[in-house]
Design a protein. Structure first.
Length: 183
């Protein structure tokens, strides 16, 4: 019995640490599927399908910053450790990370866990950032706590970048121990 519980706990820990990929897929119009872009028309941002079937996002921020925002909600909480890996190449600087929102409606922006001003090289490389979801400084109730995040990627003004792969890992924070009163 103890061995079965140990194996289940170990399996859960391994699954909790495995990286998830945010898939990069092209729409028939050459846009990035399941991502919104800024500028809204997506000028300077295209999604290209390669010969091997994979897709890359090409972002030309020569004149102005270009932004991608994933529509996939990542379930996060205060104290969770995030590891974000972006495989990219190009020139210029990028920023990437996760915007943090609470569970209230409309979903309220609380902050971000992110890497700012990362220089990109012309050869494909993995850019990794690790951070912790901080406590909401303006928390008034449990509804004001971090509840979900959205991945973002910025090609800073002057950058020309190709994004090949996006992965994230979430290591959950230990749960709060709450003492229950006796009745």
């Amino acid at each position: 019995m103890k061995r079965t519980l140990f194996v289940l706990a170990l399996s859960a820990a391994i699954l909790n640490l495995s990286a998830e990929e945010l898939p990069i897929k092209a729409t028939p119009e050459g846009k990035v599927n399941r991502f919104t872009t800024t500028p809204k028309k997506g000028d300077g941002i295209t999604c290209v399908k390669l010969e091997d079937g994979k897709c890359v996002v090409k972002m030309d921020g020569t004149q102005e910053m270009k932004k991608l925002l994933s529509s996939t909600r990542l379930k996060i909480a205060q104290g969770d450790k995030l590891k974000i890996t972006v495989k990219a190449k190009g020139k210029g600087n990028i920023s990437y990370g996760v915007y943090v929102y609470d569970s209230n409606k409309p979903n309220k922006f609380l902050g971000a866990v992110y890497k700012n001003d990362q220089a990109v090289t012309e050869t494909s490389a993995d850019y990794v950032y690790e951070g912790v979801v901080e406590k909401n400084a303006k928390e008034k109730s449990s509804f004001d706590r971090p509840a979900f995040g959205l991945f973002f990627f910025h090609a800073k003004k002057g950058a020309v970048v190709e994004v090949e792969k996006i992965e994230y890992e979430i290591k959950k924070a230990p749960e709060e121990k709450v003492a229950l009163p006796d009745f």
